[in-house]
Design a protein. Structure first.
Length: 438
């Protein structure tokens, strides 16, 4: 016998200077790395489309090489200091862009990533390379992701694929890998290629600005940040960077610093409108989340109402109506143990012993030690004249809780019935029912 537990109510009841310069430099690197990590996705594009491309760098050239950045040490030194390292920007995301990174994703990202998903005009082998690169980037494997993007770029150029959008996004993605590994020079080169194909693309502009700032080329960084803000004024990271770089340019070039800036290009209204017309991935994701939450809320409310209506029907003795309500509940929540035991009670009242047993079996699959399920299954076995199985289930109830008087009484009853059945069987007048194995 198991240890005694507290007595439960009847199982048939109803259901429930240098230093300053160094400090300033560190702050710059901190902010840059924060922006770099925040650059998961700021450029929007419609489903099935990518960004464009540009001149291809052959293997062995700076544009192709695996990232061996010229400022890796500085950027790695400050990545752990900035709380914005894993932040996000408010601009639009593209599903074809790498979606953030970090070792915490290893081993799980692949389960939800369709590597054979189509990507714009890319043929399936190149689309797979890009998807593999995105997955590797998400898992923090930036060098491996860079190789995948490079292979995809090579394939596009060799095949003569005329899809500036797709090639652009490949360059932009590879630039993100360079940026993550601290290779700002090659990041700038790839961003420039992307912008040659799709001028005023938000992501390449922002990534190039970050890379310029990392290399302390503040004037060029300022111009790119200001261009980003013409496209999307809501990119807070660009606002913060402009404010920070302005102070540095004043210190560097004096009160006439604006006169020394390169010309800031005017973004066409068409580019601004195109960006505004497309909801960002964050917006789309938020909408989907809200819709899912609303659907779950309505389902929960419907479930609660149906369960209460079923309980009320049981109290009124309307067992078939209760069965119908509980069946609707299970259509919403098929793993709700209490509903199975509730419906089993109704089937017992309706003498649907086979159905009651089946519901108790389902309940015990969900909760293997559910006393109600064992007890009501015993009653179902009794109704089916399987007294041996009924006795076994009742003994299980008493092992779980020796204080259940109903189980004790029923065990005595089915024991007598079993004895009578065996006696009759020995006299050849009644056949003992075959035990229904669970």
């Amino acid at each position: 016998m198991r240890p005694r537990r507290r007595r439960v109510l009847s199982l048939l009841a109803e259901p429930h200077s240098l230093r300053r310069e160094q400090e300033e430099s560190e702050r710059v690197y901190e902010c840059v790395c924060g922006l770099r990590a925040a650059m998961g996705n700021t450029q929007k594009k419609g489903p099935g489309h990518g960004e464009g491309g540009g001149p291809h760098s052959q293997p062995g050239t700076p544009g192709h090489k695996r990232s061996h950045g010229n400022n890796t040490a500085n950027s790695k030194e400050v990545q752990g200091k900035n709380p914005a390292v894993n932040g996000s920007l408010t601009a639009g995301k593209s599903q074809d862009e790498p979606q953030g990174s970090g070792p915490a994703h290893r081993g799980t990202a692949g389960a939800s990533c369709n590597l054979d998903a189509p990507c714009g005009a890319l043929p399936p082998p190149l689309a797979r390379l890009k998807n593999e690169g995105n997955l590797l980037f998400k898992n923090g494997q930036f060098g491996d992701a860079l190789e995948k993007y490079t292979q995809a770029i090579d394939g596009c150029l060799e095949a003569g694929i005329d899809s500036p959008e797709d090639l652009c996004i490949l360059y932009s993605n590879r630039a993100a890998c360079y940026l993550k590994d601290g290779n700002s020079t090659d990041c700038i080169q790839d961003c420039t290629r992307a912008l040659e194909l799709r001028p005023f693309s938000l992501k390449p502009l922002l990534r190039r600005a970050i890379a310029y700032e990392t290399l302390e080329r503040y004037s060029k960084a300022y111009v790119d940040y200001k261009t980003v803000l013409q496209i999307d004024v809501s990119v807070q990271a660009a606002h913060d960077s402009v404010h920070r770089i302005t102070k540095m340019l004043i210190e560097q070039d004096g009160p006439d610093w604006r006169e020394k800036l390169p010309e800031i290009p005017m973004v066409p209204l068409s580019a601004q409108q195109h960006h505004k017309d497309e909801p960002s991935a964050e917006v789309l994701e938020a909408r989907a989340d809200r819709a899912q939450q609303e659907k779950a809320r309505k389902a929960e409310a419907r479930f609660t109402l149906l369960k209460q209506e079923g309980n009320d029907a049981v109290k009124d003795g309307r067992f078939q109506a209760a069965v119908d309500k509980y069946s609707e509940c299970l259509a919403i929540k098929p793993d709700e143990c209490a509903i199975y035991t509730n419906r089993a009670l109704c089937y017992l009242k309706l003498e649907g012993f086979a159905e009651a047993k089946q519901d108790c079996d389902s309940a015990l699959q969900i909760e293997p030690n559910n006393k109600k399920a064992f007890y009501r299954r015993a009653l179902a076995h009794k109704g089916l004249k399987d007294f041996l199985s009924a006795s076994t289930d009742l003994q299980e109830v008493l092992q779980l809780d020796p204080n259940v008087q109903e189980a004790e009484q029923e065990l005595e009853t089915v024991t007598n019935l079993l004895r009578e059945s065996l006696l009759a069987n020995s006299q050849g007048t009644v056949s003992l029912p075959t035990r229904d194995e669970n």
